[in-house]
Design a protein around this ligand. Sequence first.
Ligand SMILES: Nc1ncnc2c1ncn2[C@@H]1O[C@H](COP(=O)(O)OP(=O)(O)O)[C@@H](O)[C@H]1O
Ligand SMILES: [Mg+2]
Length: 252
Amino acid sequence: MIQIQHLSKSFQSNQVLQDISFDIASGQVVALIGSSGAGKSTLLRTLNFLERAESGRITLDDLSIDVATAKKTDILQLRKATAMVFQQFNLFQQKTALQNVMEGLVVVKGIPKEEARKIAEEQLAKVGLFEQADFYPKHLSGGQQQRVAIARALAMQPKLLLLDEPTSALDPELVGEVLDTIKEAAKEGYTMLLVSHEMNFVRKVADQVLFLDQGKVIESGTAEEVFERPQQYRTRKFLTTFYRDRGPEYMI
Ligand SMILES: Nc1ncnc2c1ncn2[C@@H]1O[C@H](COP(=O)(O)OP(=O)(O)O)[C@@H](O)[C@H]1O
Ligand SMILES: [Mg+2]
């Protein structure tokens, strides 16, 4: 069970996250939607201490951290239990696909190289990239690079997988293969917090949807509840504007 309680974060006078609380049950996918600037990336980044929130509590199973007083060892433990997939893939350019997936296993988890290689090969095979194991990122398509990034994250067996708009940087024809990879991981039971504008996809995979508006979760529920019966005016406005700007192919 993952619990976020009363998380708040400011950049100078700009309060970006305001008293955010929600739970993610093990094996569930929670999708975070909201306008640009709402605080979605900041929320994900505070959960693994890429940004430090001022107050709040983050609980991952038996690890519970008060962010205001978190010690280095707490932060390291939390980082080991989470993995993040970024919009821009963030692969090591000078390492092959296989080396990218092995890196965290060897450096963070201390797994011997041969064993790490085996795990990495299996993980690459799962995302359909066994043949590309020795390719460098520049010789892979954006979709393939993002699948390597997902393989790298899954190889760490995170208690929580954070995905920040994992398909936003991709050409439209490459989005599907990455969404399929995420769907497979969801089926395997990984616990995920996913920021995405792929509303049809969110609807299919998310157990719970949170709508973040100006740093607050103002609406949450099942995908059906949030998309079809939004209670808040601002959620309705967001969805209407979203579909108007993106066209009917995004309609549910
Ligand atoms: N490192 C930073 N320094 C100052 N302000 C930031 C920083 N990162 C994000 N912000 C501000 O926080 C707000 C939320 O940003 P962000 O979390 O990136 O939103 P989203 O991912 O929903 O688009 C924005 O007003 C943004 O300008
Ligand atoms: Mg963002």
